[in-house]
Structure formats: C-alpha cells, structure tokens
Design a protein around this ligand. Structure first.
Ligand SMILES: NC(=O)c1ccc[n+]([C@@H]2O[C@H](COP(=O)([O-])OP(=O)(O)OC[C@H]3O[C@@H](n4cnc5c(N)ncnc54)[C@H](OP(=O)(O)O)[C@@H]3O)[C@@H](O)[C@H]2O)c1
Length: 258
C-alpha cells in the first residue's frame, strides 16, 4: 500500500472513530459535502435525491447547469465541468469530503466513447480527488468488468475493458474508494428487494438492479467505513431489504494493495 493511501485511510478511520465515540452509529453523524459526477444522469439523479434525504450537502458536477437546475432547483450547488477536461474538475473537488461518480459513456465511438469517459474521465476525477484530499470516492462501474470476452465489449467499444482500467486508475490514485459493479440497470422504484452482494466478478447470468436501489448502495457505502477499498458486484432479487449495511460491507474482503 502506498504512503499516500495509508495516510488517507488513517484519516478516514479517525473520522469514523470520532463518529462512533460520539455515540453515533455511523459516519453520517455529520453528513459532509458530496460531489456527484454524472448528477444529471439517471443513476446520478437518484443518488442526488438520496443524499439530500440523508442530509448531505450536495454538489452536482454537470455539463449543462440549466438542465441540472430544472431537476434540482436550489437544493444543490452546481459546478460546471467535463470529465474530459481536468481543469474544470478542480473547483468542484475543493473542500469536498466525498465523490460519487455515476458517469458513463454514450455510444461505442466518438467523443463520449468508453475509453474517453469510463477510463480517462474516471482517471481525471480520481486524480483531481487525490489532489484535493477527498476522503472517499464511490465509483459506479459494472458487473463483468473483468470479463474481456463479454459480448458487451464487442457491441459497445470495449466498455467493460475501459471500465476496468477506470477502476484501476481509481485504485492507483491513493483515494480511499468503494467500487460498485451493478448488474443491468432498470428504472423501478426502490423496493422490498434483497441485495445480492458478491465479489470475484464471476458470471451469474442476467442480473438486474433498479437505479434507485443502486443509489442506495452508493450512499450506504459513504456511511460505513467497512465499504472502503472494496470492490463488489450488486443486484437485487425478491426478498427482504438489507437492515444492517455495516454488517453486509464487513463481510467483504478488501482489495489487494496495488
Ligand atoms: N445501463 C446498464 O444496464 C448498466 C449496467 C451496469 C453499469 N452501468 C453503468 O452505470 C453508470 C450509470 O448508468 P446510467 O444509465 O444511470 O447513466 P446515464 O443516465 O447514461 O448518465 C451518464 C451520466 O454521465 C455524464 N457524462 C457523460 N459524459 C460526461 C462528461 N464528458 N463530463 C461529465 N459528465 C459526463 C452524463 O452527463 P449529461 O447528463 O450531461 O449527459 C450523465 O449525467 C454508468 O457508468 C453505466 O456505464 C450501466
């Protein structure tokens, strides 16, 4: 583990300990400032909504502030930025406690292809977060990110290959992170669903999760230091909802040090 990553991890653990010793159960005792990249996307919008409900101060990193303001009004602050342009990320990161990225490529080719957004864009965010001293970076990646022969790579500009490279850039950045690999995304309401959380990226056939449920996982990851430096797959099935996220995250193995 690099010295930078050790120092960042110690800082995060001290914060979590302070929250616990002050009689609270989680880091949400004093919700911090969270920058949401991809805030105007479908998952990002759900993430913003849940952060606001939980009392976080939300910054939206957006390409189109007019579109964003129509969605969130005065409930969030806006930072105009593009993940392909590192200079635009610096102001948004200054003073942020955490970042949640739900950015994603559009099209297999062209300026918003996976290489540019899911790899270089994530890398640019991770570097900016590291420079700003951000304490946690939650990245929405994808199930099957490690499966080079997956048909999605042929269909969609090697999207999974580039997502894995984006994950690796975050791991190498020294910023404490949580990498979430959802199954296929849907637009349903969050429900009485059981979350299936796995590691190892083994093929499990077709799995799905509603974007609103994925947003729940992103926000819960912020609240529990047990989620730090973990990578996991997630989908939902019919069943009882999670009641103890701390215990679920605590079951996960930390990623090997880079
Ligand atoms: N679809 C699936 O079944 C599936 C499965 C597994 C994982 N995922 C991943 O889950 C994540 C969320 O998916 P989603 O469908 O909710 O996303 P989405 O609705 O397509 O939103 C993508 C977001 O990325 C932003 N973005 C794209 N290029 C950008 C740039 N250059 N600078 C700044 N922002 C940029 C978009 O901004 P604008 O609002 O300005 O366009 C948008 O807010 C993605 O990473 C996706 O690959 C998806």
């Amino acid at each position: 583990m690099s010295v930078t990553r050790k120092i960042a991890l110690i800082g995060t653990c001290v914060l979590a300990l302070a929250a616990c010793t002050s009689g609270t159960a989680s880091m949400s005792a004093s919700p911090g400032i969270v920058l949401v990249a991809g805030a105007t996307g479908r998952t990002g919008t759900a993430v913003v909504g849940q952060l606001l409900t939980e009392g976080y101060t939300v910054r939206a990193l957006v390409r189109d502030p007019v579109k964003a303001r129509a969605a969130f009004g005065d409930r969030v602050s806006y930072f105009t930025g593009d993940v392909t342009d590192p200079a635009t990320l610096t102001p948004a990161m200054q003073g942020a406690d955490a970042v949640i990225s739900a950015i994603g490529a559009k099209g297999a080719k062209g300026p918003s292809r996976p290489e540019v957004i899911d790899y270089a864009g994530v890398r640019n965010l991770a570097v900016a977060a590291s420079v700003a001293g951000v304490r946690q970076f939650v990245l929405v990646s994808s199930r099957s990110a490690t499966q080079k022969e997956h048909p999605l790579n042929r269909m969609f500009g090697n999207v999974l290959i580039w997502k894995l490279k984006g994950e690796d850039a975050l791991r190498a950045s020294g910023v404490p992170y949580t990498i979430i690999r959802p199954g296929g995304l849907g637009n349903g309401e969050p429900g009485e669903k059981a979350f299936v959380i796995e590691q190892g990226d083994k093929s499990a056939g077709q799995t799905t999760i509603a974007r609103s449920d994925l947003a729940t996982v992103c926000v819960q990851a912020l609240k529990h230091p047990e989620a730090l430096n973990r990578t996991f797959e997630v989908n939902t099935v019919d069943g009882s909802p999670v009641t103890d996220w701390r215990a679920r995250f605590a079951e996960l193995k930390p990623d090997p040090s880079m």
